[in-house]
Design a protein around this ligand. Sequence first.
Ligand SMILES: Nc1ncnc2c1ncn2[C@@H]1O[C@H](COP(=O)(O)OP(=O)(O)OP(=O)(O)O)[C@@H](O)[C@H]1O
Ligand SMILES: [Mg+2]
Length: 153
Amino acid sequence: MEKVLTFNQIDEFAKKLANYVEENTVIALIGELGTGKTTFTKTFAKEFGVKENLKSPTFNYVLEYLSGRMPLYHFDVYRLCNSEEIYEIGYEDYINNGGVALIEWANIILEDLPKEYIRIEFKYAEKENERLVDIKYIGNKEKEAKFNVDFGN
Ligand SMILES: Nc1ncnc2c1ncn2[C@@H]1O[C@H](COP(=O)(O)OP(=O)(O)OP(=O)(O)O)[C@@H](O)[C@H]1O
Ligand SMILES: [Mg+2]
């Protein structure tokens, strides 16, 4: 579903999702520059139990955090030229490693996403402290239905 959410409501959603996700969940974060992908990841990570401050994973496209309730893999593929590069750094192992992966700019690797994932797209809204947020469970009708009930859609 697509809805206009305030920053506070987005933060609440990030926290709820942090407590909800199971192992091997991939969260695809999509949206133009400055729409809130990193902020979402930081709020999610803190609630997930990650103790470190998140840094920008520009160098190798991914940084991992092991202090939360499961491993957390923070990808940012903005600078990726060729999807081969993420396979070289072990993309498939990361996303199947019993943790949770959040991928900023996931639209760049749409064809490389797993069959099932949670898709979150941010768009600018009229007010500065709001975003149009599209949240969708992809790839499994049953889980999508449950997700929609659990997140009140
Ligand atoms: N949930 C939020 N609460 C408060 N401020 C926010 C929130 N989301 C976004 N912002 C504001 O928007 C700015 C940019 O957000 P952020 O860095 O998360 O965007 P991004 O999508 O990761 O951008 P980029 O594509 O450049 O990586 C933040 O510095 C903050 O001012
Ligand atoms: Mg960012």
